[in-house]
Design a protein around this ligand. Structure first.
Ligand code: AOF
Ligand code: ZN
Length: 363
């Protein structure tokens, strides 16, 4: 097998931990000796042992002289766990194949240097693109210190997210809706505007087995969220932030009593400053957010430049209706050349529906 083929196995292993490692990366590792995989592992959960140590522990024979394939550069620092480079040297691993350099300033190339200086043969950049994509969130968050925001919506073939009556249950089929719940597990936070709470009274939880709920973030400039909404009444069970520019002390106190955390954010025009909010949420350790609308918030998020990725679920239906809402509302752009551009298409078939994904082009 080639280095790329072994690395692919490590990438797949890493994905087992999706949603459990944030704000740490997902990492997979395998040990190969005489062409045979003798150990494999992945970083299973934030704070727990790293992929390399798990692979070494799982070895069916002595890893001395083996090759280690690991999706991310081995760490050389003491974090919640001791350096992986120590484990590599102690076990006399002969060669290390690295997917991508760790962007963490505590490591960023120093793990590779340390191993080379100690006489280990190191190859860097095998399946680099895949390994970087695997941790798009981690790469973004460690650099920007703000969450990676992915906008998600479900629409008909004619671009409607509801009928003209406002009814949107349901646009897509069951398989696509289950996929959305996987995203709610993968992303650490989920964000909607107050309008969506007023209209749908959603729970914004994750209803799949062996998953966790995202932290809920409601953008509510003027504190319109009803005290008896499902978000507020479940705020003691599921972490909930209300981001507001309101100074209404009584309303804030009422929400706090129900378990909501209030973040005060300055206004930018008529709505809250989303970049300011992202900074605050980044400081609180939130590395990723699934943005589920509605159209007003989606527009503001695009306009303020906080969106990195777009998931569009498309159902084979047509609703029509001049007043039926679309995924992105607001004022919109004036001329086609002002469009927000998307790149790196990915298409997945989900039953009769399609999921079309893109990254947002940043200048
Ligand atoms: C690795 N292998 O499997 C992972 C790495 O606090 P700690 O000890 O868990 O360290 C977290 C940092 O280590 C994290 O920010 C990232 O730079 C790196 N993650 N490194 O060698 C792994 N998960
Ligand atoms: Zn490590």
């Amino acid at each position: 097998m080639t280095d790329e083929e072994y690395m692919q196995i490590a990438v797949e292993l890493a994905k087992n931990a999706e949603g459990w490692t944030n704000p740490n990366p997902m990492v997979g590792a395998i040990l190969v000796k005489d062409g045979i995989i003798i150990g494999q592992g992945f970083h299973a959960k934030w704070g727990q042992p790293h992929a390399e140590r798990n692979a070494i522990t799982a070895c069916s024979e002595n890893p001395e002289g083996a090759t280690l394939y690991v999706t991310l550069e081995p760490c050389c620092h003491y974090g919640k766990t001791p350096p992986c480079t120590d484990a590599i040297l102690e076990n006399r691993i002969a060669r290390v194949v690295v997917g991508v350099q760790d962007p963490n300033p505590l490591i960023s190339g120093m793990g590779i240097d340390l191993l080379r200086k100690a006489g280990v043969q190191v190859t860097v950049g095998i399946l680099e693109k895949e390994c970087r994509e695997l941790n798009a969130v981690f790469f973004h968050y460690i650099k920007e210190k703000k969450p990676y925001v992915a906008m998600k919506y479900a629409m008909t073939m004619d671009g409607k997210i509801a009928a003209y009556t406002g009814n949107s249950m349901w646009i897509t089929g069951e398989i696509a809706r289950e996929h959305v719940h996987r995203l709610r597990h993968k992303y650490m936070g989920i964000m909607v505007g107050a309008g969506t709470v007023l209209k749908d009274d959603p729970r914004l939880d994750c209803r799949l087995p062996e998953t966790k709920n995202p932290i809920r973030i409601i953008c509510d400039t003027n504190l319109r969220i009803p005290i008896d909404s499902q978000i507020v009444t479940t705020a003691k069970e599921i972490q909930t932030y209300i981001a507001t520019a309101s100074a209404d002390r009584e309303a804030i106190e009422r929400l706090r009593e129900k378990g909501c955390m209030i973040v005060k954010v300055p206004k930018l025009g008529r709505h809250i400053d989303l970049n300011g909010l992202m900074e605050l949420l980044g400081q609180r350790g939130i590395d990723s957010i699934l943005l589920e609308g509605g159209g007003t918030l989606n527009w503001a998020a695009l306009e303020q430049g906080i969106v990195e990725h777009v998931y569009a679920y498309i159902a084979p239906k047509i609703f029509g209706g001049r007043n039926a809402v679309t995924a992105v509302e607001g004022r919109g752009i004036e001329r086609p050349e002002e469009a927000f551009l998307l790149k790196e298409r990915k298409v997945t078939q989900l039953g009769e529906d399609l999921l079309v994904e893109y990254n947002v082009v940043k200048n």
